[in-house]
Design a protein around this ligand. Structure first.
Ligand SMILES: [Zn+2]
Length: 76
């Protein structure tokens, strides 16, 4: 049987590792926004494909950005 969905087998790499982003700032709202839903919830690693290190960093920064009112806690 032919493999049609070959790309599914490809190893998912964290896009932050690929772009060699090691230093992320809490002021990087555009980047952080890519990791929250339109309702303001943090998107899980399963969905984004981030590595553990980056996911932890992103989560931390989102929480900080929320505290500084750069990102919403929840959107109604
Ligand atoms: Zn990474």
């Amino acid at each position: 049987m032919e493999k049609i969905y070959d790309n599914k087998k490809k190893k998912r790499v964290c896009h932050l590792c690929t772009e060699k982003i090691t230093k992320i700032d809490y002021k990087d709202v555009n980047l952080l926004k890519r990791h929250i839903t339109e309702r303001g919830k943090i998107i899980s690693r399963r969905t984004t494909g981030l590595c553990a290190r980056h996911q932890r960093k992103i989560t931390h920064l989102i929480k900080r950005a929320r505290h500084l009112a750069l990102l919403p806690f929840s959107v109604n």
